[in-house]
Design a protein around this ligand. Structure first.
Ligand code: ZN
Length: 507
Protein backbone atom coordinates (compact mmCIF):
# COMPACT_ATOMS: atom_id res chain seq x y z
CA UNK A 1 0.00 0.00 0.00
CA UNK A 2 1.31 3.44 -0.96
CA UNK A 3 2.17 5.68 1.95
CA UNK A 4 1.05 9.31 1.95
CA UNK A 5 4.10 11.60 2.10
CA UNK A 6 4.13 14.76 4.16
CA UNK A 7 2.54 17.70 2.40
CA UNK A 8 4.23 20.98 1.51
CA UNK A 9 2.80 24.49 1.42
CA UNK A 10 3.70 27.81 -0.18
CA UNK A 11 2.03 31.22 -0.50
CA UNK A 12 0.59 32.59 -3.74
CA UNK A 13 -1.71 35.59 -4.27
CA UNK A 14 -5.36 35.51 -5.32
CA UNK A 15 -6.20 38.83 -6.95
CA UNK A 16 -9.78 40.07 -6.79
CA UNK A 17 -9.26 43.25 -8.78
CA UNK A 18 -6.61 45.59 -7.41
CA UNK A 19 -7.11 43.95 -4.04
CA UNK A 20 -5.96 40.44 -3.27
CA UNK A 21 -5.56 37.76 -0.63
CA UNK A 22 -2.78 35.39 0.26
CA UNK A 23 -3.61 31.79 -0.56
CA UNK A 24 -1.69 28.81 0.73
CA UNK A 25 -1.09 26.23 -1.97
CA UNK A 26 -0.77 22.76 -0.42
CA UNK A 27 0.72 19.83 -2.30
CA UNK A 28 0.24 16.30 -1.01
CA UNK A 29 1.84 13.46 -2.95
CA UNK A 30 -0.50 10.46 -2.91
CA UNK A 31 -3.25 12.45 -1.21
CA UNK A 32 -6.91 13.16 -2.05
CA UNK A 33 -8.83 12.96 -5.31
CA UNK A 34 -8.44 16.67 -6.18
CA UNK A 35 -11.19 19.12 -7.14
CA UNK A 36 -14.58 17.88 -8.31
CA UNK A 37 -15.43 20.46 -11.00
CA UNK A 38 -14.31 19.76 -14.56
CA UNK A 39 -12.79 23.22 -15.07
CA UNK A 40 -10.83 22.97 -11.84
CA UNK A 41 -9.66 19.45 -12.69
CA UNK A 42 -8.46 20.69 -16.07
CA UNK A 43 -6.71 23.72 -14.52
CA UNK A 44 -5.00 21.53 -11.91
CA UNK A 45 -3.95 18.95 -14.52
CA UNK A 46 -2.58 21.66 -16.82
CA UNK A 47 -0.70 23.40 -14.02
CA UNK A 48 0.66 20.14 -12.64
CA UNK A 49 1.96 19.04 -16.06
CA UNK A 50 3.66 22.37 -16.66
CA UNK A 51 5.18 22.60 -13.21
CA UNK A 52 6.32 18.94 -13.30
CA UNK A 53 8.18 19.57 -16.57
CA UNK A 54 9.79 22.72 -15.13
CA UNK A 55 10.86 20.89 -11.94
CA UNK A 56 12.34 17.92 -13.81
CA UNK A 57 14.10 20.16 -16.36
CA UNK A 58 15.79 21.96 -13.45
CA UNK A 59 17.12 18.53 -12.31
CA UNK A 60 14.95 18.68 -9.19
CA UNK A 61 12.96 15.73 -7.76
CA UNK A 62 9.26 15.15 -8.49
CA UNK A 63 7.27 12.65 -6.39
CA UNK A 64 6.43 9.24 -7.85
CA UNK A 65 2.88 9.41 -6.50
CA UNK A 66 0.24 11.67 -8.08
CA UNK A 67 0.23 15.07 -6.35
CA UNK A 68 -3.01 16.45 -4.90
CA UNK A 69 -3.19 20.27 -4.85
CA UNK A 70 -5.47 22.23 -2.54
CA UNK A 71 -5.91 25.91 -1.77
CA UNK A 72 -6.56 27.50 1.62
CA UNK A 73 -9.25 29.88 0.32
CA UNK A 74 -12.22 29.61 -2.00
CA UNK A 75 -9.94 30.49 -4.91
CA UNK A 76 -9.43 28.43 -8.04
CA UNK A 77 -6.02 27.67 -9.43
CA UNK A 78 -6.89 29.32 -12.76
CA UNK A 79 -7.53 32.69 -11.09
CA UNK A 80 -4.34 32.83 -9.02
CA UNK A 81 -1.79 35.30 -10.28
CA UNK A 82 1.15 33.20 -11.43
CA UNK A 83 0.71 30.31 -8.99
CA UNK A 84 3.16 27.98 -10.78
CA UNK A 85 6.13 28.96 -8.63
CA UNK A 86 4.14 28.40 -5.42
CA UNK A 87 2.92 25.02 -6.69
CA UNK A 88 6.47 23.94 -7.58
CA UNK A 89 7.82 25.04 -4.20
CA UNK A 90 4.96 23.33 -2.31
CA UNK A 91 5.71 20.06 -4.12
CA UNK A 92 9.45 20.39 -3.44
CA UNK A 93 8.72 21.13 0.23
CA UNK A 94 6.60 17.98 0.42
CA UNK A 95 9.64 16.06 -0.80
CA UNK A 96 11.72 17.69 1.93
CA UNK A 97 13.69 19.61 -0.68
CA UNK A 98 12.77 23.12 0.53
CA UNK A 99 12.71 24.47 4.09
CA UNK A 100 9.15 24.99 5.41
CA UNK A 101 10.16 27.96 7.56
CA UNK A 102 11.49 29.89 4.54
CA UNK A 103 8.27 29.22 2.61
CA UNK A 104 6.14 30.28 5.59
CA UNK A 105 7.55 33.80 5.29
CA UNK A 106 7.72 34.15 1.50
CA UNK A 107 5.18 34.97 -1.20
CA UNK A 108 5.92 33.42 -4.58
CA UNK A 109 4.70 34.96 -7.82
CA UNK A 110 5.43 33.74 -11.33
CA UNK A 111 4.51 31.34 -14.08
CA UNK A 112 6.93 28.61 -15.11
CA UNK A 113 7.86 27.67 -18.62
CA UNK A 114 8.54 24.01 -19.34
CA UNK A 115 12.30 24.54 -19.06
CA UNK A 116 12.03 26.16 -15.61
CA UNK A 117 12.21 29.84 -16.61
CA UNK A 118 10.15 32.22 -14.48
CA UNK A 119 7.73 34.10 -16.74
CA UNK A 120 6.09 37.49 -16.05
CA UNK A 121 2.43 37.69 -15.03
CA UNK A 122 -0.08 40.52 -14.87
CA UNK A 123 -0.76 42.26 -11.57
CA UNK A 124 2.56 41.83 -9.74
CA UNK A 125 2.28 45.22 -8.02
CA UNK A 126 -1.21 44.37 -6.68
CA UNK A 127 0.12 40.96 -5.57
CA UNK A 128 3.03 42.51 -3.65
CA UNK A 129 0.67 45.04 -2.04
CA UNK A 130 -1.56 42.13 -0.96
CA UNK A 131 1.48 40.34 0.51
CA UNK A 132 2.41 43.42 2.53
CA UNK A 133 -1.15 43.85 3.79
CA UNK A 134 -1.07 40.22 4.94
CA UNK A 135 2.07 40.95 6.94
CA UNK A 136 4.64 39.10 4.83
CA UNK A 137 7.75 41.01 3.88
CA UNK A 138 9.56 38.73 1.41
CA UNK A 139 8.42 38.13 -2.15
CA UNK A 140 10.00 36.30 -5.08
CA UNK A 141 9.04 37.64 -8.52
CA UNK A 142 10.14 37.05 -12.11
CA UNK A 143 13.27 39.08 -12.87
CA UNK A 144 11.50 41.09 -15.59
CA UNK A 145 9.01 42.48 -13.04
CA UNK A 146 11.45 43.30 -10.27
CA UNK A 147 11.27 47.07 -10.74
CA UNK A 148 7.47 47.00 -10.58
CA UNK A 149 7.44 44.85 -7.42
CA UNK A 150 10.02 47.12 -5.79
CA UNK A 151 7.59 50.05 -5.95
CA UNK A 152 6.02 48.73 -2.74
CA UNK A 153 7.93 50.10 0.25
CA UNK A 154 9.12 47.90 3.15
CA UNK A 155 9.30 44.71 1.11
CA UNK A 156 12.28 42.47 0.36
CA UNK A 157 11.87 41.83 -3.36
CA UNK A 158 13.92 38.93 -4.73
CA UNK A 159 14.19 38.68 -8.49
CA UNK A 160 14.69 35.27 -10.08
CA UNK A 161 15.06 34.05 -13.65
CA UNK A 162 14.68 30.31 -13.03
CA UNK A 163 13.07 27.91 -10.58
CA UNK A 164 16.41 26.29 -9.62
CA UNK A 165 17.74 29.75 -8.63
CA UNK A 166 14.87 30.14 -6.16
CA UNK A 167 15.39 26.64 -4.76
CA UNK A 168 19.16 27.10 -4.45
CA UNK A 169 18.67 30.40 -2.65
CA UNK A 170 16.05 29.03 -0.25
CA UNK A 171 18.34 26.08 0.56
CA UNK A 172 21.25 28.42 1.18
CA UNK A 173 23.27 26.77 -1.64
CA UNK A 174 23.19 29.51 -4.23
CA UNK A 175 24.50 32.99 -4.37
CA UNK A 176 21.94 35.52 -3.18
CA UNK A 177 19.08 36.38 -5.47
CA UNK A 178 19.35 40.02 -6.43
CA UNK A 179 17.30 42.10 -4.00
CA UNK A 180 15.78 45.03 -5.88
CA UNK A 181 15.38 48.44 -4.27
CA UNK A 182 12.78 51.08 -5.14
CA UNK A 183 14.80 52.73 -7.89
CA UNK A 184 12.26 52.51 -10.71
CA UNK A 185 11.95 55.67 -12.72
CA UNK A 186 8.50 56.96 -13.69
CA UNK A 187 6.86 55.69 -16.85
CA UNK A 188 7.06 58.20 -19.71
CA UNK A 189 4.16 60.65 -19.89
CA UNK A 190 1.62 60.45 -22.68
CA UNK A 191 2.45 62.98 -25.38
CA UNK A 192 0.10 65.90 -24.88
CA UNK A 193 -1.43 68.48 -27.11
CA UNK A 194 -0.32 71.97 -26.22
CA UNK A 195 -2.87 74.69 -25.56
CA UNK A 196 -1.35 76.75 -28.39
CA UNK A 197 -2.82 74.24 -30.84
CA UNK A 198 -6.37 74.94 -29.65
CA UNK A 199 -6.06 78.70 -29.27
CA UNK A 200 -8.88 79.17 -31.80
CA UNK A 201 -11.33 77.78 -29.18
CA UNK A 202 -10.99 80.12 -26.18
CA UNK A 203 -14.35 79.12 -24.62
CA UNK A 204 -13.44 75.46 -24.72
CA UNK A 205 -10.00 76.15 -23.25
CA UNK A 206 -11.62 78.11 -20.41
CA UNK A 207 -13.94 75.15 -19.78
CA UNK A 208 -10.93 72.78 -19.78
CA UNK A 209 -9.30 74.86 -17.05
CA UNK A 210 -12.46 74.73 -14.92
CA UNK A 211 -12.78 70.98 -15.55
CA UNK A 212 -9.16 70.44 -14.51
CA UNK A 213 -9.45 72.60 -11.38
CA UNK A 214 -12.65 71.02 -10.07
CA UNK A 215 -12.54 67.49 -11.50
CA UNK A 216 -15.73 68.15 -13.49
CA UNK A 217 -17.07 66.23 -16.48
CA UNK A 218 -17.13 67.96 -19.86
CA UNK A 219 -19.13 67.72 -23.10
CA UNK A 220 -17.60 69.05 -26.32
CA UNK A 221 -19.82 69.46 -29.38
CA UNK A 222 -17.96 69.87 -32.63
CA UNK A 223 -15.85 68.19 -35.29
CA UNK A 224 -14.00 65.08 -34.10
CA UNK A 225 -10.58 66.51 -34.96
CA UNK A 226 -11.22 69.60 -32.82
CA UNK A 227 -12.91 67.84 -29.89
CA UNK A 228 -10.16 65.21 -29.78
CA UNK A 229 -7.41 67.81 -29.79
CA UNK A 230 -9.10 69.69 -26.94
CA UNK A 231 -9.72 66.55 -24.90
CA UNK A 232 -6.04 65.62 -25.24
CA UNK A 233 -5.12 68.95 -23.60
CA UNK A 234 -6.88 68.07 -20.34
CA UNK A 235 -4.35 65.65 -18.79
CA UNK A 236 -1.62 68.27 -19.31
CA UNK A 237 -3.61 70.63 -17.08
CA UNK A 238 -3.90 68.11 -14.24
CA UNK A 239 -1.33 67.95 -11.43
CA UNK A 240 0.85 64.87 -10.84
CA UNK A 241 -0.71 61.93 -9.03
CA UNK A 242 -0.05 61.64 -5.29
CA UNK A 243 2.14 58.72 -4.18
CA UNK A 244 -0.92 56.62 -3.23
CA UNK A 245 -2.74 57.47 -6.47
CA UNK A 246 0.38 56.60 -8.48
CA UNK A 247 0.54 53.12 -6.91
CA UNK A 248 -3.19 52.56 -7.48
CA UNK A 249 -3.03 53.65 -11.14
CA UNK A 250 0.13 51.62 -11.72
CA UNK A 251 -1.47 48.51 -10.17
CA UNK A 252 -4.44 48.81 -12.53
CA UNK A 253 -2.22 49.22 -15.59
CA UNK A 254 -0.20 46.21 -14.43
CA UNK A 255 -3.32 44.02 -14.21
CA UNK A 256 -4.26 45.28 -17.67
CA UNK A 257 -0.79 44.15 -18.83
CA UNK A 258 0.05 47.65 -20.09
CA UNK A 259 2.96 48.60 -17.88
CA UNK A 260 6.39 49.18 -19.46
CA UNK A 261 8.80 46.88 -17.57
CA UNK A 262 11.72 49.30 -17.60
CA UNK A 263 9.86 52.31 -16.11
CA UNK A 264 6.81 51.07 -14.33
CA UNK A 265 5.68 53.86 -12.01
CA UNK A 266 2.91 56.01 -13.48
CA UNK A 267 2.95 59.47 -11.95
CA UNK A 268 0.76 61.37 -14.41
CA UNK A 269 -3.04 61.12 -14.70
CA UNK A 270 -3.94 58.52 -17.36
CA UNK A 271 -5.83 59.47 -20.51
CA UNK A 272 -7.95 56.74 -22.09
CA UNK A 273 -9.88 57.10 -25.34
CA UNK A 274 -12.88 54.90 -26.11
CA UNK A 275 -14.75 54.76 -29.41
CA UNK A 276 -18.31 53.47 -29.93
CA UNK A 277 -16.93 50.24 -31.41
CA UNK A 278 -15.47 49.26 -28.02
CA UNK A 279 -17.00 46.10 -26.53
CA UNK A 280 -18.57 46.11 -23.07
CA UNK A 281 -15.53 44.30 -21.54
CA UNK A 282 -13.24 46.88 -23.19
CA UNK A 283 -15.31 49.68 -21.69
CA UNK A 284 -16.10 48.21 -18.26
CA UNK A 285 -13.71 45.26 -17.80
CA UNK A 286 -13.89 41.48 -18.02
CA UNK A 287 -12.25 38.47 -19.65
CA UNK A 288 -11.34 34.98 -18.55
CA UNK A 289 -8.95 34.13 -15.71
CA UNK A 290 -7.87 37.31 -13.97
CA UNK A 291 -10.23 39.91 -15.53
CA UNK A 292 -8.70 42.89 -17.26
CA UNK A 293 -9.79 46.33 -16.09
CA UNK A 294 -11.85 48.21 -18.68
CA UNK A 295 -11.27 51.72 -19.99
CA UNK A 296 -13.29 53.23 -17.14
CA UNK A 297 -10.81 51.76 -14.63
CA UNK A 298 -7.70 52.35 -16.71
CA UNK A 299 -8.72 56.02 -16.60
CA UNK A 300 -8.89 55.95 -12.76
CA UNK A 301 -7.56 59.27 -11.37
CA UNK A 302 -7.37 60.50 -14.95
CA UNK A 303 -9.49 61.24 -18.00
CA UNK A 304 -11.88 58.96 -19.90
CA UNK A 305 -12.55 60.36 -23.36
CA UNK A 306 -15.65 59.10 -25.19
CA UNK A 307 -15.41 59.81 -28.91
CA UNK A 308 -18.74 60.09 -30.77
CA UNK A 309 -20.58 59.78 -27.47
CA UNK A 310 -24.00 59.96 -29.18
CA UNK A 311 -23.21 56.66 -30.93
CA UNK A 312 -22.59 54.68 -27.71
CA UNK A 313 -26.24 53.86 -27.14
CA UNK A 314 -28.34 54.41 -24.03
CA UNK A 315 -27.53 51.06 -22.47
CA UNK A 316 -23.78 51.58 -22.37
CA UNK A 317 -24.02 55.21 -21.32
CA UNK A 318 -26.33 54.12 -18.51
CA UNK A 319 -23.88 51.39 -17.42
CA UNK A 320 -21.12 53.97 -17.44
CA UNK A 321 -23.22 56.31 -15.30
CA UNK A 322 -23.71 53.61 -12.66
CA UNK A 323 -19.98 52.91 -12.53
CA UNK A 324 -19.10 56.60 -12.22
CA UNK A 325 -21.66 57.06 -9.44
CA UNK A 326 -20.25 54.08 -7.52
CA UNK A 327 -16.62 55.00 -8.21
CA UNK A 328 -15.91 51.35 -8.94
CA UNK A 329 -16.91 48.49 -11.19
CA UNK A 330 -17.83 45.11 -9.74
CA UNK A 331 -17.58 42.04 -11.96
CA UNK A 332 -19.20 38.80 -10.78
CA UNK A 333 -16.89 35.83 -11.27
CA UNK A 334 -17.30 32.14 -10.56
CA UNK A 335 -15.36 32.32 -7.30
CA UNK A 336 -15.60 35.95 -6.24
CA UNK A 337 -16.67 39.46 -7.08
CA UNK A 338 -13.75 41.28 -8.67
CA UNK A 339 -13.71 45.03 -8.28
CA UNK A 340 -11.67 47.77 -9.88
CA UNK A 341 -11.78 51.45 -8.89
CA UNK A 342 -13.21 53.83 -11.51
CA UNK A 343 -13.00 57.46 -10.41
CA UNK A 344 -12.29 59.40 -13.54
CA UNK A 345 -13.15 62.59 -15.28
CA UNK A 346 -15.34 62.13 -18.30
CA UNK A 347 -14.94 64.06 -21.54
CA UNK A 348 -17.78 63.36 -23.97
CA UNK A 349 -17.37 64.47 -27.57
CA UNK A 350 -20.05 64.50 -30.21
CA UNK A 351 -20.92 66.02 -33.51
CA UNK A 352 -23.66 68.59 -33.13
CA UNK A 353 -25.77 66.71 -35.72
CA UNK A 354 -25.73 63.62 -37.91
CA UNK A 355 -24.32 65.33 -41.03
CA UNK A 356 -21.42 66.47 -38.90
CA UNK A 357 -21.06 69.82 -40.59
CA UNK A 358 -19.60 72.04 -37.96
CA UNK A 359 -18.61 74.61 -40.51
CA UNK A 360 -20.31 74.01 -43.84
CA UNK A 361 -24.05 74.62 -43.90
CA UNK A 362 -25.84 71.87 -42.01
CA UNK A 363 -28.27 69.85 -44.09
CA UNK A 364 -30.16 68.41 -41.11
CA UNK A 365 -33.64 69.59 -40.22
CA UNK A 366 -34.14 71.15 -36.80
CA UNK A 367 -36.04 68.09 -35.62
CA UNK A 368 -33.28 65.76 -36.91
CA UNK A 369 -30.69 67.78 -35.00
CA UNK A 370 -32.77 67.54 -31.83
CA UNK A 371 -33.26 63.80 -32.32
CA UNK A 372 -29.52 63.27 -32.79
CA UNK A 373 -28.52 65.08 -29.63
CA UNK A 374 -31.41 63.60 -27.70
CA UNK A 375 -29.35 60.40 -27.66
CA UNK A 376 -27.10 62.13 -25.16
CA UNK A 377 -29.90 63.38 -22.95
CA UNK A 378 -30.40 61.36 -19.85
CA UNK A 379 -28.92 60.60 -16.48
CA UNK A 380 -25.34 60.57 -17.74
CA UNK A 381 -25.56 64.01 -19.33
CA UNK A 382 -27.21 65.32 -16.16
CA UNK A 383 -23.87 64.60 -14.47
CA UNK A 384 -21.84 66.57 -17.02
CA UNK A 385 -21.29 70.00 -15.52
CA UNK A 386 -19.56 71.73 -18.43
CA UNK A 387 -20.86 71.83 -22.00
CA UNK A 388 -19.20 73.61 -24.87
CA UNK A 389 -20.24 73.96 -28.49
CA UNK A 390 -17.03 74.60 -30.44
CA UNK A 391 -16.80 77.73 -32.49
CA UNK A 392 -16.67 77.52 -36.25
CA UNK A 393 -13.25 78.67 -37.43
CA UNK A 394 -13.52 81.76 -39.60
CA UNK A 395 -11.55 81.34 -42.83
CA UNK A 396 -9.08 84.16 -43.11
CA UNK A 397 -5.78 84.81 -44.80
CA UNK A 398 -4.41 86.19 -41.54
CA UNK A 399 -5.81 83.91 -38.86
CA UNK A 400 -6.57 85.73 -35.65
CA UNK A 401 -5.32 83.69 -32.72
CA UNK A 402 -6.21 85.17 -29.36
CA UNK A 403 -3.45 85.50 -26.80
CA UNK A 404 -3.53 82.52 -24.50
CA UNK A 405 -1.76 81.41 -21.34
CA UNK A 406 0.60 78.50 -21.73
CA UNK A 407 -0.27 75.11 -20.29
CA UNK A 408 2.30 75.70 -17.53
CA UNK A 409 0.56 78.92 -16.44
CA UNK A 410 -2.88 77.29 -16.50
CA UNK A 411 -1.54 74.26 -14.62
CA UNK A 412 -0.23 76.56 -11.91
CA UNK A 413 -3.70 78.14 -11.50
CA UNK A 414 -5.27 74.69 -11.47
CA UNK A 415 -2.85 73.53 -8.77
CA UNK A 416 -3.62 76.53 -6.58
CA UNK A 417 -7.39 76.11 -7.05
CA UNK A 418 -7.15 72.39 -6.24
CA UNK A 419 -5.11 73.14 -3.13
CA UNK A 420 -7.79 75.59 -1.90
CA UNK A 421 -10.51 72.99 -2.48
CA UNK A 422 -8.47 70.17 -0.91
CA UNK A 423 -7.80 72.27 2.23
CA UNK A 424 -11.48 73.26 2.48
CA UNK A 425 -12.95 69.80 2.06
CA UNK A 426 -10.18 67.74 3.73
CA UNK A 427 -12.16 67.29 6.95
CA UNK A 428 -15.20 66.22 4.92
CA UNK A 429 -13.46 63.41 3.06
CA UNK A 430 -13.31 65.06 -0.36
CA UNK A 431 -10.34 66.24 -2.39
CA UNK A 432 -12.01 68.16 -5.20
CA UNK A 433 -15.23 70.10 -5.70
CA UNK A 434 -16.55 67.28 -7.88
CA UNK A 435 -16.20 64.86 -4.94
CA UNK A 436 -17.77 66.92 -2.18
CA UNK A 437 -21.06 65.49 -0.91
CA UNK A 438 -24.47 67.01 -1.53
CA UNK A 439 -25.04 67.26 2.23
CA UNK A 440 -21.97 69.46 2.65
CA UNK A 441 -22.90 71.60 -0.35
CA UNK A 442 -26.50 72.14 0.67
CA UNK A 443 -26.16 72.45 4.43
CA UNK A 444 -22.69 72.80 6.01
CA UNK A 445 -21.36 75.08 3.28
CA UNK A 446 -24.66 76.58 2.23
CA UNK A 447 -24.31 79.84 0.34
CA UNK A 448 -26.50 82.91 1.00
CA UNK A 449 -29.86 82.86 -0.81
CA UNK A 450 -28.90 85.94 -2.82
CA UNK A 451 -25.96 84.02 -4.30
CA UNK A 452 -27.92 80.90 -5.21
CA UNK A 453 -31.01 82.76 -6.45
CA UNK A 454 -30.33 81.99 -10.17
CA UNK A 455 -30.16 78.28 -9.33
CA UNK A 456 -33.40 78.38 -7.34
CA UNK A 457 -35.06 80.12 -10.26
CA UNK A 458 -33.81 77.50 -12.74
CA UNK A 459 -35.06 74.76 -10.39
CA UNK A 460 -38.46 76.41 -10.05
CA UNK A 461 -38.94 76.65 -13.79
CA UNK A 462 -37.74 73.08 -14.38
CA UNK A 463 -34.73 74.29 -16.40
CA UNK A 464 -32.45 72.36 -14.00
CA UNK A 465 -32.82 69.12 -12.08
CA UNK A 466 -31.90 69.01 -8.40
CA UNK A 467 -28.76 67.10 -9.32
CA UNK A 468 -28.03 69.58 -12.08
CA UNK A 469 -28.29 72.42 -9.55
CA UNK A 470 -25.89 70.66 -7.17
CA UNK A 471 -23.42 70.08 -9.99
CA UNK A 472 -23.64 73.72 -11.03
CA UNK A 473 -22.96 74.75 -7.45
CA UNK A 474 -19.80 72.64 -7.49
CA UNK A 475 -18.61 74.47 -10.62
CA UNK A 476 -19.31 77.80 -8.90
CA UNK A 477 -17.00 76.70 -6.06
CA UNK A 478 -14.32 75.86 -8.64
CA UNK A 479 -14.68 79.28 -10.29
CA UNK A 480 -14.27 80.89 -6.86
CA UNK A 481 -11.17 78.74 -6.19
CA UNK A 482 -9.65 79.77 -9.53
CA UNK A 483 -10.33 83.41 -8.69
CA UNK A 484 -8.76 83.00 -5.23
CA UNK A 485 -12.06 83.72 -3.40
CA UNK A 486 -13.09 82.01 -0.18
CA UNK A 487 -16.54 81.18 -1.52
CA UNK A 488 -18.58 81.74 -4.67
CA UNK A 489 -20.53 84.94 -5.25
CA UNK A 490 -23.54 85.48 -7.55
CA UNK A 491 -21.20 86.08 -10.52
CA UNK A 492 -19.62 82.65 -10.09
CA UNK A 493 -23.04 80.99 -9.91
CA UNK A 494 -24.21 82.75 -13.06
CA UNK A 495 -21.02 81.81 -14.88
CA UNK A 496 -21.37 78.19 -13.73
CA UNK A 497 -24.92 78.16 -15.11
CA UNK A 498 -23.65 79.62 -18.36
CA UNK A 499 -20.97 76.90 -18.62
CA UNK A 500 -23.63 74.24 -18.15
CA UNK A 501 -26.26 75.89 -20.26
CA UNK A 502 -24.58 75.76 -23.66
CA UNK A 503 -26.50 72.67 -24.37
CA UNK A 504 -28.75 71.92 -27.26
CA UNK A 505 -30.81 69.14 -25.59
CA UNK A 506 -32.80 70.18 -22.54
CA UNK A 507 -31.97 68.65 -19.20
ZN1 ZN B 1 -26.33 68.61 -39.74
Amino acid sequence: MATVDKSGAAFAVWLTGVGGHLVQVRATPGGGPGPSGLLDRLAVAETTDRVRAAVLNCALPWPHLPVALSLSAEAHLATLSGADLAVACAVLAAAGHLPDDWLAETVLVGELSLDGQLRPVRGVLAAVLAARRAGLRRVVVPHALAAEAALVPDMLVLAAQRLDQVVGYARGEHARLPAVGPTASPAPCTPLVDLAEVADQPDAVAALEVAAAGGHHLLLLGRPVSTSRLAHCLPGLLPDLSADQALEVTAIQSIAGLLPAEAPLITRPPFVTVSPSASVPELLGGGIGLPRPGAVSRAHHGVLFLEQAAEFGQQRLEALRTVLDDGEIRLARRDAVVSFPARCQLVLASLPCRCGSSGAPCVCSASARRRYLARLVGPLLDRVELRVRLQTPVPSTVPHVPAMDSAAVVLQRVRQARQRAARRWAARGAGTNAEVSVAVLRRESRLPDAVTAPLDQALATGALTRRGADRTLRVAWTLADLAGHDQPDAEHVLRALHLRDRRPPAC
